[in-house]
Design a protein around this ligand. Structure first.
Ligand code: FDA
Length: 307
């Protein structure tokens, strides 16, 4: 049922008419719960607030599947500005980005060039860039660019995301941890065919735990990104039973989701990082959040009825 709902929402969200309507009015209908603002100063203010309650952040300038060179250039400049801003304001935050914002869909070498510029700046500031993982058509080029950057700049400057729903992920984790990579493990948020991804949520959850354990066992820094309380508790238990120190991993959650769990875990002494997106291009990100949980659809519908 969950999977059916998820697939249906992701399919519906792709309809141009619905997209147009939601893009015009969505900010009034509940998008603000998941998006930290339209502009960088608004997002920076939210991050200061998170930092004050003991939470770290990863700042994300919303946007994906960009096919326009000028927009790609502007995105690259914005990400560099974000690095400067984080430093100037003394925020406890790093950056997450998607390679399809930076030209991956039409020019891989342009994308690599932009990433080198960004990662170079990040390294000069002692900062860290996380490459998000997108749909399965981009897994191979994303990992290939990531591996080049990893070899050049090291795991303290650049990391990537692995999705537990993908059947290929155990091999990727094996290879990447062998290179010392800093991995964020997620369940996966896109609509994928069964040949590529597990259709049954129980398999995705079981694979998730396996991947996290194997990354922790290999000794690489691991970001455990989920709101699944059972899995979080199991990971914490596994780490303490296997002598894995708290500074070898962090817990990550999304802005606007499970806020009290975030602060509770931070109060227990765990490193907790909140994925904090901002910008005008919120629609695909927001659709994935609606697809993850039927209650979120009601939340939007209530906003719609109030307006
Ligand atoms: P699951 O879906 O099993 O949910 C567990 C519980 O969490 C639910 O019962 C509910 O209580 C709560 N919950 C989950 N989603 C919610 C929502 N939208 N609203 C309210 N409550 C919700 N994916 C990807 O493909 N590429 C990526 O790069 C990333 N990056 C990323 C970064 C971070 C920090 C996080 C936390 C997640 C991602 N994701 C991602 C998304 C990820 O793949 C996944 O879709 C979501 O995290 C939801 O799955 P859970 O792991 O929370 O488990």
């Amino acid at each position: 049922m969950n999977q059916l709902y998820r697939r249906a929402v992701l399919k519906l969200a792709g309809q141009p008419k619905l997209r147009g309507l939601l893009e015009r009015r969505g900010m009034d209908w509940g998008v603000r719960r998941f998006v930290a603002g339209r502009s960088l100063p608004e997002a920076a203010e939210q991050i200061s607030r998170l930092n004050a309650s003991g939470l770290l952040a990863t700042l994300d300038f919303l946007g994906e599947s960009v096919r326009d060179r000028e927009q790609v250039e502007q995105t690259c400049m914005m990400i560099v500005r974000m690095l400067d801003d984080i430093r100037q304001r003394g925020l406890q935050a790093n950056i997450s980005l998607k390679l399809s914002q930076l030209g991956l869909l039409f020019d891989e070498s342009l994308c690599l060039g932009h990433m080198e510029l960004i990662v170079e700046r990040a390294r000069s500031y002692g900062q860290f860039i996380r490459i998000d993982m997108e749909d399965s058509s981009l897994t191979v080029p994303t990992l290939s660019i990531f591996e080049r950057l990893l070899r050049a700049y090291g795991p303290e400057t650049v990391g990537v995301v692995i999705q537990s729903y993908l059947r290929r992920s155990p091999e990727d984790v094996d290879r990447l941890t062998g290179l010392g990579a800093n991995l964020r493990i997620v369940k996966g948020a896109y609509r994928e065919p069964a040949q590529i991804a597990f259709p049954d949520k129980r398999d995705v959850d079981a694979a998730y735990l396996e991947l996290v354990r194997s990354a922790l066992d290999r000794g690489t820094y691991t970001a455990v990104a989920t709101h699944d309380t059972r899995i979080i508790r199991e990971v914490i238990c596994y780490a303490s039973e296997h002598g894995i120190a708290r500074d070898r991993f962090e817990l990550q959650m999304l802005y606007g989701i499970a806020g009290s769990l975030q602060t509770q875990l931070a109060a227990e002494g765990y490193r907790v990082r909140v994925y904090t997106p901002f910008g005008e291009q919120w629609y695909p990100y927001f659709s994935r959040r609606i697809a993850e949980r039927p209650a979120n659809l009601w939340f939007v519908l209530k906003g719609l009825m109030r307006s």
